[in-house]
Design a protein around this ligand. Sequence first.
Ligand code: SAM
Length: 244
Amino acid sequence: MRIDIVTLFPALVEPALAESVIGRARARGLVDIRVVNLRDYAEGKHRVTDDYPFGGGGGMVLKPEPLFAAVEALRTPAARVILMDPRGRLFTQQMAWELASAKHVLLLAGRYEGVDERVSEMLVDDAVSIGDYVLTGGELPALVVTDTVVRLLPGVLGCPGGAERESFAGGLLEPPQYTRPEEFRGARVPAVLLSGDHAHIERWRRVQALYRTWRARPDLLERADLTEDERRLVDGFKRGEKPE
Ligand code: SAM
């Protein structure tokens, strides 16, 4: 898979892609990530990429020409072109799975007060927001999307199948995890996890995942695929019952 990140600040993006899981995936050729300087596609002596907004208002707006030139130069027939935009579709794990099956994703990082609207109207396939807040630029959102997608690619994570068991994959949040020591400052690891009874452990994990999801993200439960018994369990949580 290839991911291009088009930005005015490559130096902000590169270091995050050089380390740990993503850095190793790049080094092993599991993903081809290219950080592209938008200024290279701007014309004129000063390679200007922004201008004042028509109609007044503060700040600057990214001009359309450099973004069109960059996308037209980089785009392959399979490319999905995505603008980072707080007004876009909310980025989810589901979207990450979809993007992970694409051959080529082109991420455009906006800056200043945003991007000339003709980019949204005529150039991109999608606009994606990473949450209901406004950052100074699209670099962090592009990194969030890249990181989330790359760790789903075959061979990237050390533990095969690990991503399928994580939060959101099955519509629930992940159950609690513990490692050594068995006792820390008086708090013991739940006995079931030390029991070696795998069926019991799986049941405990499922109930805990339901409980955590109900407490932190009840909205997820409305869409989750639950059995009748599990729905009854959730009704119990609503009445104040706690898992074992
Ligand atoms: N004036 C814009 C608005 O109110 O929607 C915000 C512009 S923001 C300061 C500059 C750039 O940062 C945006 O063009 C976008 O690329 C990026 N950005 C900021 N917040 C974002 C978010 N939550 N998700 C995705 N991109 C974001």
